[in-house]
Every structure is written in C-alpha cells, then in structure tokens.
Design a protein around this ligand. Structure first.
Ligand SMILES: Cc1cc2nc3c(=O)[nH]c(=O)nc-3n(C[C@H](O)[C@H](O)[C@H](O)COP(=O)(O)OP(=O)(O)OC[C@H]3O[C@@H](n4cnc5c(N)ncnc54)[C@H](O)[C@@H]3O)c2cc1C
Length: 391
C-alpha cells in the first residue's frame, strides 16, 4: 500500500496552501476532496486580503505577517491571480460611526498599519460616486484584493508540479487511527495511508472529527454576494461599511441582526479585473446550505445603492452564497489535535483567503518540525475544550 507523509483533507485555500508548503519542504502529499479545487467556501467568497478588517490582537498580528508574505508566494506560483494593491476604504455615514470606529482605527495604526482618516471631499476625490451623506472614510492604502478562484487553482497547479497527488470526487469517510496515532483516511473503499493527516475541511471539519469523539466549535456563517454586469472601471479601492466590521467581529452572530430575520446585511464592494462588481454581504448563523434568498439579495442591493448611488442603475447577473467557518472567538484553529499526527487548520471565518497561505506554512512547520515559528497559542485547537474544563 502506498504511503504518503501527509494526507490533507480539503482542497480549499487552506488545504491547498498546506499541500503546497508541505511539498515544497520535501514531503509526499495527497489532497483529498469530495468535490474539486475550491468547491467549498474558497470558491464562494470575495478576495480581500485586508488588514483594516482584522481585529487588533492575534488576528491583526497574523494578518500583518500573511499580507507581507503574499507577494512572494504569488511570485513563486508564477500565475496572474489578479492581485491588486488598491487599498481599502471604510465608508462612514455619520459622526457616530466615526466615533465608534476611532478606537479600532487607532489600535490598528498602533500595530503598524497605515490608515488615513479622510473627510468627505478627500473620500470623493479618491472614490468618486460615493453618496453625498458619507462623512468620512478610513483608507488603508496597502490593502489588497485578488481572485480567490485563480489563487486556489494556482496553488493546486504549483503543488502538483511539486509532486502533490489529488483524489477528487469521494468524501473522506473516516480518519483512521491505529495504536493512538493517525494512520491515514478512508476514501471510498481505499485507505490512503499517512502518519500525518491535516484536516482543512472548512465548515465541514467537525464532521471529520466527530467519529473520533472530538468536537470543535466551528459553525457555518452564511454570506450572500451579488454580482453585476461588466461596468466601466470606476471602483478605485475596495469599500466596506463599519457594520461589515461590527458584524464580522460579533463572533458566532451574537450581534442582533440589523433588519431582523436573523440575517445582518452590511456593505462591501469591489470591481473585478473583468469589470463585474461583487457587492456584499450578509452574515447569518444557523444555515448550512448555500441557497440564495431573494430577500437578502434585495437588502444587499438597496443598502449598497444608498452608499454608492450609481449602483442602482447596474444590472445584476448572478448571485451566490458561501459558508464562513466561524469559531466562538473569531480565531481559526491551527495545530495538533489528538491523536498523534492529526492536525487541524480550519475556522477562518471571513479571513481564509487572507490567512490561508500563512496557515499552510504554519501547518507545514508543525507537521515536519513539531513546532511553529510563531506562537500559536491564540489558535490552539483545544482552547475551547480547555476553557470548558476549567469552568
Ligand atoms: C460571502 C463571503 C465572503 C468572503 N470574503 C472573504 C474575503 O474577502 N477575504 C477573506 O480572506 N476571506 C473571505 N471569506 C472567507 C473565506 O472564503 C473562507 O475563510 C475560506 O474560503 C475557508 O477556506 P477553507 O479552505 O478553510 O475551506 P473551504 O474552502 O470550504 O474548503 C474545505 C474543503 O473541504 C472539503 N471537504 C469537507 N469535508 C470533506 C470530506 N469529508 N471529504 C472530502 N472533502 C471534504 C470541501 O469539499 C471543501 O472543498 C468570505 C466568505 C464568504 C462566504
């Protein structure tokens, strides 16, 4: 029976990044996905690699490292993934919002991120077409957007060139444990043997662990995106509203949904290289399917047209929804989770495109060296179980 050094479960941005870095470090790797590359949340999302949206603390710290390493990775991959450093702008509609945002902006600046607080005129100069009532904007010039699908396929192809094998079309039915150690995974009738298994199954990761008697609190937090027809290029920077951050940072959906119905809607806008616009977005706990709801799409569109009025005249061509893997404290789970040889890399909520590559690097260090080059305590996969035991 063929034995690899590592089996990675999940061909989203996290699993593919892990496979890429593991293979680059010399490991033999098979990636298993029940569907295909980017068939989960990594193929149903925006592509912001945004520092302004990270909570100051461990998430911003790892985000800073992740953003700094992205250009080097893209150069290595050798493909155009529509990586554009055109900054990000948080558009504020009232002085109240400015005051509510101020502490976060100060804390983000203190961590080393350049953010300029712009008045209405400066916002309009940077981004014509914003509504007259916008009072201010927080502009972070170093923020980036990319095409997450192109990024995933570039990673998959680069990993393949390094020898990574793929098994698509069948789900992993079981993580096999022998004598207290991971021994591979069962897929269809086959055992894919490996002494190391990395679970990068996004929102579906808990299902992989449950048969081992392990629970991890990763839940789906659904998000809708509206996609428009091709438009003249007018979006100069990625835009979001303060509520986008407030919703994102209300982990587990505790913030009462503005507008009711259990679905909170906020504003995000970016224009792709081809000229279509991605308008978001929503956050909703308790839904684990990716069906879109016309009422939510309508709320997203109406909200966006209030902030950027010319959007009212643009035609929508499609929409989609994806499932963000959220944890109770908003931080991913990165690390070993017993039995020996089993690792988890999942739970990145709305930050998986930004943090997927660095997560892959860190998992590689953990699997091959037994320790990571940075402190992973904030991302310890067993932190919730431990907190539970001590209460
Ligand atoms: C609307 C929306 C907007 C977003 N915008 C951004 C953004 O701008 N920036 C950002 O950084 N992040 C963003 N995100 C978050 C980001 O998309 C996710 O954090 C990221 O894609 C998660 O990647 P992943 O590899 O962990 O999971 P996934 O991409 O879901 O991959 C998991 C894979 O595991 C496979 N799998 C699961 N179970 C099994 C099994 N039993 N057997 C075999 N295969 C299995 C699945 O098929 C899937 O392909 C957004 C998300 C949404 C929904």
């Amino acid at each position: 029976m063929a034995t690899d050094d590592v089996v990675v479960v999940g061909a989203g941005i996290v699993g593919l990044s892990a496979a890429y870095y593991l293979a680059k470090a010399g490991a033999s790797v098979t990636v298993v996905d029940r569907f295909d590359v980017a068939a989960g949340t990594s193929g149903a999302c925006d592509g912001n690699v945004m520092l302004q949206s990270k909570e100051p603390g461990p998430m911003l710290d790892i985000g800073l490292e992740a953003s700094a390493r992205y250009p080097g990775l893209i150069e290595e991959l050798g493909e155009d993934v529509e990586y554009e450093r055109h900054g990000s702008l948080i558009l504020m509609e009232s002085e109240d919002q400015v005051e509510r945002m101020r502490p976060g902006i100060e804390a983000t600046r203190a961590a080393g991120v350049e953010i300029r607080l712009l008045d209405h005129q400066a916002v309009a100069d940077l981004q014509p077409e914003v509504a007259e009532h916008i009072v201010a904007g927080a502009y972070c010039p170093s923020d980036v957007t990319l095409n997450p699908l192109l990024m995933c396929f570039a990673l998959a192809r680069a990993a393949k060139r390094l020898g990574v094998k793929y098994r698509f079309g069948d789900p992993v039915r079981e993580v096999v444990v022998t004598d207290g150690a991971a021994a591979g995974v069962r897929v269809g009738g086959d055992l894919l043997a490996a002494p190391n298994v990395v679970l990068a199954g996004g929102v579906w990761t808990p299902e992989l662990l449950a048969p081992l008697g392990r629970t991890v609190p990763i839940k789906p937090r659904k998000g809708h995106i509206v996609v428009t027809e091709v438009c003249r290029p007018f979006v100069n920077t990625a835009m979001v509203s303060p509520s986008y951050l407030f919703d994102k940072h209300a982990h587990g959906g505790q913030r009462p949904a503005a507008g009711g119905g259990g679905v909170s809607v906020s504003f995000s806008l970016d224009q792709t290289v081809s000229g279509t616009m991605f308008i978001g977005s929503s956050r909703e706990m308790g839904s684990d399917d990716v069906a879109t709801a016309s009422a939510v799409l309508r709320r997203i569109a109406v909200n966006a047209a209030r902030i950027v009025p010319c959007l009212a005249d643009v035609r929508v061509i499609r929409s989609f929804a994806g499932l963000r893997p959220v944890t109770p404290d908003g931080r991913p789970l990165i690390g070993a989770i017993g039995p020996r040889g089993l690792h988890i890399a999942a739970g990145h909520e709305g930050d998986g495109i930004a943090l997927g590559p660095i997560t892959g690097e860190l998992v590689t260090e953990l699997v091959l060296d037994g320790k990571a080059s940075r402190d992973l305590t904030p991302f310890d996969p067993e932190r919730f179980e431990r907190a539970h035991e001590t209460t």
